[in-house]
Design a protein around this ligand. Sequence first.
Ligand code: ADP
Ligand code: ASP
Ligand code: MG
Length: 444
Amino acid sequence: MAEQPPNRVQHEGSPSEPVASPARAGRPILVQKYGGSSVADVDRIGKVADRVVAARRAGNDVVVVVSAMGKTTDGLLALARQAANAGLGAGAAADPPRRELDMLLSTGERVSMALLSIAIQARGFEAISFTGSQSGILTNDRHFDARIIEVRPFRIEDELARGRIVIVAGYQGMSYRREITTLGRGGSDTTAVALAAALGAERCEIYSDVDGVYSADPRVVPDARHLPELDCAVLQEMAECGAKVVCAQAVEWARRSGVALYARSTFDAVDVGDALDGADAPRAGAGAKQTVVRRFAPGSAPRARAIVAEANVVLARAHGGLKLDELLRAAGELGIGVRDLSFAGGGGAFVIPLLNVPDWQGARRRLAALLPSVELAEGLASVSVVGDGLTATAEPLARFSDVLARAGITPRLTVAGPLRLGALVAAPEAEPAQRLLHASFVDP
Ligand code: ADP
Ligand code: ASP
Ligand code: MG
């Protein structure tokens, strides 16, 4: 089908021309997002329904974005791999096509949206669930890792005006070619923040199994510190480099739109009187912690805020003859992202994160054919110190390098910028490196 220009896009069930929504009763709009662990079973979905109803009772118009239940997305991905490889001879391997992966994976969030809507209606409240495309989430056409280009939430606004609670399937949208797309792993966060921006919500609450953002992944660094507030730019850098507590594209939307993010735990007690009052940070419930993420004015003192790691990255090195435009064309063709790119004297290096590359077997082969001068090293992880002003003096980089050297770790690549000092290390070295860097930079 021919690509349609943006102003003529038709959505499932939404008008082709923008129409005025019925006036709402002047209630503030609250967007809440619940991740996979929060909706892992019907019992937990019931607890989420109680929380949503409490927010509605407190006088808000509520839009809820949900992830797939528990580890559903991983399970569906494993099924797709089985289907792609069933019946192939020994040693042969095939990648499932990205378009079909999107059709498959987007069903996970549809299950939880319908179950939550049913649970809310059972509590005597009106609710309606929508897919990403019904919610007007328009994306580019990069399957498995699409970017939201525009949000046209007419149907959501109409239903809020009717007094309903709206439940949206996260992590998915529709491309201008009217194809179903998914937004990259962790992408329900992006749905929530993009919707909050489009609806003019004052804040977006991200609920997961952790009560905010910490100075390292608390599963890896047990004495990681809770961060009560954080600048968008720092959190975006953390997310880009592997901190999965909030997805990077979501923070980018928050940064651009000015929507404040509140990262909280679903499992903390709910503060039923949690109405929006505009100025003050709302409370997450007596004694509960949260992280508030906003755009702060620049000028904070240089310091390290967090240690972040990302598993499963590939280092690509070019030994001369590689042109930047060839590399970018190949990356676009293969649907892979590249990071930490540097070129000098005809040679260069870059990093390929594999989180959103479901077809690396084939992509690796095609990359070797398209760019024969490139050599790939796999089995690596990246470890980073994220903060402000990290290159204002030479000391932080010298310390970074010294901490790794004293642990006998030789980085395959080191990068340094004001927001991040990073190293590529062998995968098993990543956990000890995070603990040592945390002890030196965040907990000295
Ligand atoms: P959800 O399914 O609710 O979206 P995720 O599993 O995507 O939740 O994100 C929450 C997880 O992120 C936590 O369980 C934690 O292990 C991990 N995490 C990684 N880095 C951090 C960090 N700096 N602060 C808090 N959590 C982190
Ligand atoms: N279910 C998707 C994933 O597991 C999206 C999300 O959880 O935000 O990546
Ligand atoms: Mg997540």
